[in-house]
Design a protein around this ligand. Structure first.
Ligand SMILES: C[S@@+](CC[C@H](N)C(=O)[O-])C[C@H]1O[C@@H](n2cnc3c(N)ncnc32)[C@H](O)[C@@H]1O
Ligand code: SF4
Length: 391
């Protein structure tokens, strides 16, 4: 049984006790930020093939024991990094939650995606994978080239074990939430089958949270009515045509925003949470995004979350001109956040922009050149600053 004591609560993490996560390659872990596969170590889950096996595995036991001792696992680095900037990490935000039982099941449905977002990668997007395979040979940065040319095991067929939906039905009692991500879940037939199995089980269904780029049909949403509540985490990275279409290529803003607005006409309540990852490509747009949300969605069942990078670190907000960061912080300072459904607080957002660390500048230049190449786009012209001005 877990020991969350006064002395270890600073390092303790509740996720190994309360959440099961299946990543885009079907590998188990305690949460969506926990990075795995690369290390063949005592935490390695690559051979674990069912929920029952995972819960009894010595690997999970090792994760629990070591976190309990206060060891900062390398696999948990994204949380530690966020904490270093002074912003509460996912671990900290969940540190006092119930650990008596598995309460959350989180599945990432492979990498099938219709979009090639600037900050995303081929483990999550088949479209990015396609362009990486076609063009990565031209990348000058050797390490980046190697990373982008990695062939992932989807082509070998195994993504998730086929019985996953039935195994989730078995643990439904006590589950508080089912979380779903991808790839783009709503274009994936395995996602539709998963929902059908849960709905057809006739059991009481918990809350469901789906991370999506907005590519759903109303027919798909109507199927979700039996869940206790439905939350759509809508990733957009921008709220406005120009920046949206730059960041979420090749999706179109008008289709996106019309689809979102149609959600509010359903005969059951669906919560919308816009998710905007803060990075150097949307830094100048952040104040406009806040204002757009306030003007258009503040009276609806909607909220907005500004989140942080957990990959493609070269797009950190810090890799930008200092004057721009200062200007954006000043603009944010003038906007009223209080009373609106905006996360995190204004001060935390500003602190994040001010404290982020510059990194991987050569990767930034190479990655921008690579993506601009296959989109026929000029990022630096669009941003109105160049890598030389990063300070
Ligand atoms: C990979 S997507 C999959 C689900 C769906 N396709 C979508 O876009 O919402 C899940 C989330 O990861 C975010 N994401 C992509 N690349 C990221 C990165 N480098 N750092 C942080 N979040 C990222 C997306 O913006 C989205 O909110
Ligand atoms: S829509 Fe989601 S999975 Fe697809 S490229 Fe964008 S962030 Fe990645």
């Amino acid at each position: 049984m877990a020991q969350r004591t006064e002395t270890n609560v600073e390092k303790f993490c509740t996720f190994p006790y309360r959440e099961i996560h299946l990543d885009s390659q079907g590998v188990f872990g305690p949460c969506c930020q926990y990075t795995k596969r690369k290390n063949k170590d005592k935490y390695d889950m690559s051979n674990v093939s069912s929920i029952k096996e995972y819960l009894k595995s010595p690997q999970l036991e090792n994760i629990k024991k070591d976190l309990e001792k206060g060891i900062k696992l390398e696999q948990c680095r994204y949380c530690w990094r966020v904490e270093d900037t002074g912003v509460p990490s996912m671990r900290q935000r969940s540190s006092h939650k119930d650990i008596s039982k598995i309460r959350e099941f989180f599945i990432t449905f492979g990498n099938q995606c219709n979009t090639a977002c600037r900050i995303c990668n081929s483990t999550r997007s088949s479209l990015i994978h396609k362009y990486d395979m076609l063009h990565a040979d031209k990348i000058e940065h050797e390490q980046l080239k190697k990373e982008l040319k990695t062939v992932h095991p989807w082509s070998e067929g195994k993504v998730w074990y086929t019985n996953v939906a039935n195994d989730v039905v078995d643990i439904l009692d006590g589950l508080e939430v089912i979380k779903i991500s991808g790839g783009e879940p709503f274009i994936n037939v395995h996602f539709d089958r998963f929902i059908d199995t849960l709905v057809n089980s006739g059991k009481k269904l918990p809350k469901i949270m789906i991370t999506t780029n907005g590519s759903f049909t109303i027919k798909q949403l109507k199927k979700l009515k039996p869940f206790e509540s439905v939350i759509l985490l809508i990733s957009c990275d921008a709220l406005g045509k120009e920046n949206y279409e730059h960041l979420r290529w090749p999706l179109k803003w008008d289709n996106f925003i019309n689809n979102i607005n149609s959600v509010f006409n359903l005969d059951f309540n669906v919560w919308i949470e816009f998710q905007i990852v803060m990075h150097n490509l949307n830094l100048k747009h952040l104040p406009d995004a806040v204002n757009y949300f306030k003007e258009n969605f503040s009276k609806k069942s909607a909220r907005v979350s500004f989140t942080t990078l957990n990959g493609a670190d070269w797009y950190t907000v810090a890799n930008s001109p200092k004057e721009l960061r200062e200007k954006i912080c000043q603009e944010l300072e003038k906007i009223e956040f209080e009373g609106y459904k905006i996360k995190p607080s204004k001060q935390e957002m500003i602190k994040y922009i001010q404290n982020a660390k510059k990194q991987k500048l050569s990767e930034l230049v190479s990655h921008v050149k690579h993506t601009d190449g296959y989109r026929d786009f000029d990022t630096w012209k669009f941003l109105n600053w160049s890598p030389k001005e990063i300070s």
